[in-house]
Write a protein that binds this ligand. Structure first.
Ligand code: ADP
Ligand code: MG
Length: 726
């Protein structure tokens, strides 16, 4: 039958398109001639048409299994809009009431319905199965087929039951479609659907217009993001965060910096969400800050950047999400921020999951980490992950290709690795192999008696940093491969075996260095501006004069960090001054004027262009806890009671109060001090701080001596700072 049909004519007739995209036609012909079909096509490649068109032509009803209820309705509306008749496409899912279901069944039995979308949960319902048994099925389409595999990024257990149900309803050809399929996922899909012999149609996953970059996640990440957005004014972008809380926070910060941004996550009500989506499509909003819940259904062709605030849980997810940039073939900048700390956080989240799931999750994370840390072409790594060879030397469109590192010879190291893999019978994973070559007798290695092997510790004297990049690049170059059945086990390829017999040059790039802790670091790349030493020392002098005049220690006027920020950000009015760390409204009012004047004059004298764009406003990040502490103190709640009510140790409460006071907010805790600290002690401690050069607690404890408890000192310091500094 397939041969006789003029498919192009039908394409034009139903969809109004003049020609097929990619392999659509071959796919449709394969399906129509009764064969199982497997379609791997990137997002936006045109998968839907591969089942929609044949369903309209073929006899019977096609069943489309699809995970997203929202998308189903949308697709059904589109199809119904294509033909004169309303009942051509229907869907069955939990959102329909009884009478709607009756209507659907009626249309199907009358032969009108060519396409029936079902959620996997509905497909497996007994009523529906019994009904469908009576219907002529043209074929089954399984869209988003990666949901079958735990190794994909959105595993749906119900997808596993598709094959048995098909057998029950009645056999017909199956077409499975997905945009994300590593070898492992692909094997899982075929096995689970029982379509081992399906003909595979795979388009390239390369998105040449997308630029990939990974940046270390440092303390100034918000600033970096704001700078980036300001450098791309009016462009549409998406920023993905892993938690709803972060989504809300970042959206606030962006808005405070005059960026048209909105948050989007599953915790918002649906009216708000669809409003946000519309605003984004209509370009009333430039930037969406979202959890991964965003983007599935929307098709905005000119998204110009996708930023990952947190490392994604898998490369599949990463690829999907970045895939939403530059669909029109134009610019698409994809930046991911990476810190090992985030990796550990994600691993921790998995700890209460079943062991097998944890193991999978961890391996997927490892793949993402490898991607982030490597200096190899990002495109090459991504495509390799999806089972595709990218043979260009330099893609000219990723950070690693634009800033290549020098290569080093790793012939000996590779030999050590390959021999180790062979020695342990190709039955172990990367981490095990690395321990083995380093000669680390872990419990695991000892229990396998591998520490007795001759190859054990063969790489002892080599640079430890080498092993990960050597193994990864050996995988990329095809000396090693990862087993599909037992994912992660390293196997030798034919090329790997040849190398052992006949080693040859193996040039690799070393990994990039990542600091372990982003909280202590900021990026040096100009983005936060450099401290102006001359201005800094002028500000210090001014502070000294002030201190003298007001008979206060200098740190009470402004802390050093505040001066440093002033010498970096050049604030020249009260508003701007309050963006400086440790400067609240009270402090700005009391001391700010002269400082702003000095900075203003300094900028004018030295023709300094104030880095207008560098000024990043922070939102008052008073956590709920802090707000509630401030309110409780206003109501004169005993601090002991307050600590208990908040589930804090007394010292922890003092830490919170310190933080509040040091950020410039005045607190009056006299009511409590009067109760618990002797009057003379209050005076002594107060006087001490008045005279002291530092507010450091340990120094105070030492200077004041044993008569004064640490808590007393801290309480009076809070009083002192509140009264004198804020
Ligand atoms: P996928 O499911 O692979 O992500 P879709 O099926 O949603 O992609 O198709 C993406 C876009 O491509 C849709 O807007 C669709 O109308 C369009 N499209 C599909 N096939 C063709 C074609 N042959 N000619 C022109 N546009 C097409
Ligand atoms: Mg699709």
């Amino acid at each position: 039958m397939a041969e006789q049909v003029n498919l192009t004519g039908q394409l034009k007739r139903y969809f109004g398109f003049d020609k097929f995209k990619g392999e659509q036609e071959a796919i449709i012909r394969n399906l129509m001639s009764g064969h199982d079909t497997f379609v791997l096509m990137p997002t936006g490649g045109g998968k839907s048409l591969c089942y929609q068109l044949p369903s309209l032509i073929m006899e019977g009803t096609a069943i489309v299994i699809s995970p997203l209820i929202a998308l189903m309705k949308n697709q059904v509306d589109v199809i119904n809009g294509l033909s004169e008749d309303d009942g051509v496409a229907h869907y069955l899912n939990s959102s329909l009431n009884k009478s709607a279901i009756e209507k659907v069944k009626e249309d199907i039995l009358s032969g009108k319905t060519k396409l029936l979308y079902v959620a996997p949960e509905s497909l497996t319902k007994e009523d529906n199965v019994d009904f469908l048994k009576t219907v002529k099925i043209s074929f089954y389409a399984v869209d988003e087929a990666h949901c079958i595999s735990e190794w994909g990024h959105d595993f749906r257990p119900e997808y596993r039951r598709i094959r048995p149900i098909i057998n029950e309803i009645g056999n017909a050809p199956v077409i499975a479609l997905t945009a994300t399929a590593t070898d492992k996922v692909r094997t899982d899909i075929k096995k689970s659907l029982g379509i081992a012999d399906a003909k595979e149609f795979k388009s390239s996953f390369n998105r040449a217009n997308l630029y990939y970059e990974v940046r270390p996640k440092l303390k100034d990440i918000d600033r970096q993001i704001i700078m980036f957005i300001r450098q791309h004014p009016g462009k549409s972008g998406i920023i993905y965060c892993l938690s709803r809380k972060k989504v809300e926070e970042l959206a606030e910060i962006l808005k405070a910096n005059e960026i048209k941004a909105a948050p989007y996550h599953a915790g918002l009500d649906s009216a708000t969400r669809s409003q946000t989506q519309d605003d984004f499509l209509m370009e009333k909003i430039d930037v969406i800050v979202a959890t991964i819940a965003f983007g599935m259904g929307i098709d905005k062709p000119d998204v110009r950047f996708v930023i990952h605030y947190d490392i994604p849980k898998s490369l599949e997810g990463y690829y999907q999400e970045t895939g939403r940039a530059g669909r029109d073939g134009g610019e698409g900048i994809c930046i991911a921020f990476y810190a090992r700390k985030d990796l550990r956080k994600l691993e921790k989240f998995m700890e209460n999951k079943p062991v097998a799931e944890q193991d999978i999750g961890r391996q997927l994370l490892q793949e993402t980490a490898a991607y982030a840390e490597s200096s190899v072409c990002r495109r090459k790594m991504l495509l390799h992950y999806f089972g595709e060879e990218y043979s260009e030397e330099n893609c000219h469109n990723c950070d690693n290709c634009l800033h290549p590192t020098t290569k080093i010879e790793a012939k000996d190291a590779l030999l050590v690795v390959l021999q180790a893999v062979a020695a342990v019978k190709e039955n172990f994973r990367q981490e095990y192999i690395i321990d083995f070559v380093k000669g680390r007798g872990t419990d695991d290695i000892v229990s396998h008696k591998h520490n007795d092997l001759e190859e054990f510790g063969a790489g002892e004297d080599m640079d430890n940093k080498l092993w990960n990049p050597v193994i990864r690049q050996a995988l990329l170059c095809g000396y090693l491969k990862k087993d599909v059945e037992n994912y992660g086990l390293l196997k030798l390829t034919a090329a790997g075996k040849r190398f052992i017999k006949n080693p040859e040059s193996f040039m690799i790039v070393e990994d990039r260095e990542f600091k372990d802790d982003y909280e202590a670091e900021t990026s040096s790349e100009g983005s936060c501006g450099a401290l102006d030493p001359q201005l800094y020392s002028m500000l210090k002098d001014l502070r000294k004069n002030f201190a003298k005049k007001h008979k206060l220690p200098p740190y009470v006027i402004f802390q050093d960090v505040s001066l440093e920020q002033m010498a970096t950000m050049y604030p020249i009015n009260m508003q701007e001054l309050q963006n400086v760390q440790g400067v609240g409204a009270g402090k700005a009012k009391r001391f700010g004027k002269e400082f702003c004047e000095l900075i203003k004059k300094y900028c004018a004298d030295n023709e300094i262009e104030r880095p207008e764009e560098l000024r990043v406003r922070t939102v008052a990040k008073k956590s709920m806890l802090k707000v509630s502490i401030i309110q409780s103190i206003d109501r004169q709640i005993d601090l002991d009671d307050l600590a208990e009510a908040k589930g804090l140790e007394f010292e922890e409460l003092l830490d919170e109060i310190d933080a509040i006071v040091y950020s410039g907010t005045k607190l009056n805790i006299d009511y409590f001090i009067e109760e618990v600290v002797d009057d003379d002690h209050v005076d002594d401690i107060y006087d001490y701080f008045m005279e002291s050069e530092t507010d450091d607690l340990n120094t105070a404890v030492e200077e004041l001596g044993e008569d004064y408890s640490e808590d007393e000192i801290r309480l009076v310091r809070i009083k002192f700072l509140s009264e004198q500094a804020n």
